[in-house]
Design a protein around this ligand. Structure first.
Ligand code: SF4
Length: 71
């Protein structure tokens, strides 16, 4: 059984150029300064490959996927 995963952002590390929002517009929008706003829900399975791509593409390593612990 796969675990649910959420996207988390390191706001200190983020440089705010919005690459992640281009790669995962379903889940990431940008605020008026160009910093990402992430949806807090678990990523649907069909979007996980895109989420992993966005995480891998972040040049500041500021975007991560975190597994939610099943309880
Ligand atoms: S790609 Fe990384 S550095 Fe760029 S806006 Fe997204 S989280 Fe921030």
């Amino acid at each position: 059984m796969s675990r649910d995963e959420v996207l988390v952002l390191d706001p200190i590390g983020c440089a705010g150029h919005g690459l992640c929002a281009e790669l995962l517009p379903e889940w990431i929008t940008l605020d008026e300064w160009g910093y990402p706003i992430l949806r807090p829900e678990a990523i649907p399975p069909e979007l996980l490959p895109h989420a992993r791509r966005a995480v891998a593409a972040c040049p500041k390593l500021a975007l991560r996927l975190r597994a939610l612990s099943a309880s």
